[in-house]
Design a protein around this ligand. Sequence first.
Ligand SMILES: [Fe+2]
Length: 260
Amino acid sequence: MPLFDHQASLTAFANSHFKSEKDHDYHIKLKFEHSLRVCENAKAIVADEDITGHVASLATLAALFHDIGRFPQYTTYGTFKDAESINHGRLGVLTLRDQKLPHATSKKDLRLIRAAIGLHNVKAIRDTTPQPLATIANIVRDADKIDIFSVILDHLDPETESKPVVIHSLIQDQTKYSDEVYQTTLAGEIGDYSLLRYSNDFILLLIGWLFVLHYPTSVRLIAERGLIEQAFSILPKDDKIQTLNEKSHTFMRYKNTRTP
Ligand SMILES: [Fe+2]
């Protein structure tokens, strides 16, 4: 099943959501391009983690289609906030069920891809998740986080004009962040979108993802792309943020020395 055919199928699906309205089309294009980059990230993870064969192909495909629910979500509700619309992972499962995928995708493979899509945006996946679903879902989840990291940081860069929908309409006050979100990140726990108030909280949530990425390759990709430096360059410069900065760099050094 050549990936190219699947990319053509996602392209056609995304194109069907354009309305020739500048703002609407911007958000559809953003998610389409995100999907392609998450697919590339998944390829980099499987290559570096020596994941091969059918599981590698399925993970790459699931990465490509992971956000297929975003297109109908935005078209219907005009938001990417699941709490104010619909769970886009679950919508993705239903959306893919109605899609005619290119030949040679077996029912069993489609079930695995759909299950991984349903798991891509849950807070954490259960330890009891069976293989190969756990591997496929972990690859998609890491690949997705790496790209969201850079998309959000680019939108929060003081030099650029950010789109409210992309940053979930958070308050943009460069001096403020919520202590609860900070403490969660510092503790290495997974943050919750519902707690975000300021745009800096989103950055803290992203930094928290660093500690929960499944694959060392994912940490390396974040480090190589300079995303941690970019994140801290936007946050206020106080002692608490400095403590988190040191913890993040210690963690990246530790992960990198453990990677052969
Ligand atoms: Fe998603």
